[in-house]
Design a protein around this ligand. Structure first.
Ligand SMILES: [Ca+2]
Ligand SMILES: [Ca+2]
Ligand SMILES: [Ca+2]
Ligand SMILES: [Ca+2]
Length: 305
């Protein structure tokens, strides 16, 4: 091998501050670095403290602990192997660093360690437990349902007196779910009442709404009293219930011909019905048509919607 070949295979030379400035003695480099360290402010030395320890019972001989979002909500939860009980305790985390009482959830013989991971790619953390007999592992897939979230709120609606108003709600989360629409009768009471399919009466026994879909995501409602109201839906799954926002039904009685707006045609239509004695002109809803209905209609028409 020639001298040239040897130089090509030689290891690259390590560059240091001393090699870059060979005329400066090592002792002066050390002194310079010392000055640099002196110039940097020292970090405060905070004391290491913990709150008083809290204990949670899991079972005899807990052998390992793992953390994960086991119930799909934000606080971290604990999984603890109970070697003597041949199971895993799950302790749901609270938002303040405490944990709920242990629930024994996963069976496994003589488990002594745990691994957490989403092994079936469904975004829920699963568990693998290792048994102390060194012959097998226990795989437990997380089947915890997802809590419900309202992703589409019901919208307020304005309809004419004979119109039908649709209300709907949509949720995300684990199905199956149940739906229950509620209404808030007008008046001093603010209590919410469940709606049922068919005719719903107010607290005085007066037929108020005709409803279909009272226990489905979409409800249709017709006013029988000429009055509107407030509505909301309670949706429930295995995790619990969510309540939608309130939506308001407004009745536009001045839109007598029910075409979506108010103009002179509505007045003409009312007069025609009134003159013919049609019960649709029974504006005060007392069961018959007379001058009182006309007197009731005129200010409502003038007010518009
Ligand atoms: Ca949790
Ligand atoms: Ca999973
Ligand atoms: Ca109209
Ligand atoms: Ca009347």
């Amino acid at each position: 091998m020639t001298t040239k070949d040897q130089s090509m295979t030689r290891a690259p030379k390590l560059m240091t501050f001393a090699s870059m400035f060979p005329k400066i003695k090592a002792s002066r480099w050390i002194a310079a670095l010392g000055l640099l360290a002196t110039a940097m402010p020292a970090l405060a030395q905070c004391p290491i403290t913990f709150s008083p320890a809290a204990s949670y019972f899991t079972g005899n001989n807990p052998t390992s602990v793992a953390v994960g979002y086991f119930n799909n909500d934000e606080p971290l939860d604990l999984a603890v192997t109970n070697a003597d009980f041949d199971n895993v305790s799950i302790l749901r985390g609270n938002a303040n660093g405490t944990f709920q009482a242990a629930v024994n959830n996963v069976a496994g013989s003589q488990l002594f360690s745990l691994v957490v991971g989403d092994f079936n790619a469904d975004r829920r953390p699963d568990l693998i437990g290792v048994a102390s007999n060194f012959t097998d592992v226990t795989v437990a897939l997380n089947t915890t349902p997802y809590p419900l979230v309202v992703v589409r709120q019901p919208s307020s609606v304005s309809i004419c007196s004979s119109g039908t108003a649709p209300f709907s709600v949509a949720v995300s989360g684990t199905f199956p779910v149940t739906n229950q629409w509620q209404w808030q009768p007008a008046g001093p009471s603010t209590a919410w009442a469940a709606l049922s399919n068919g005719i719903n009466k107010n607290t005085l026994g007066t037929p108020t709404f005709n409803v279909s879909g009272a226990t489905t995501p979409s409800m249709n409602i017709t006013s029988l009293s000429g009055l509107g109201g407030n509505f909301r839906c309670i949706v429930t799954n295995a995790c619990g219930s969510v309540t939608s926002n309130e939506a308001t039904l407004t009745i536009c009685a001045a839109d007598f011909n029910c075409n979506g707006f108010v103009n002179g045609d509505d007045f003409d239509s009312y007069i025609a019905a009134f003159v013919s004695g049609d019960l649709s002109s029974d504006f005060n809803r007392d069961g018959f048509v007379n001058g009182d209905d006309f007197d009731a209609f005129v200010p409502v028409f003038e007010l518009g919607c």
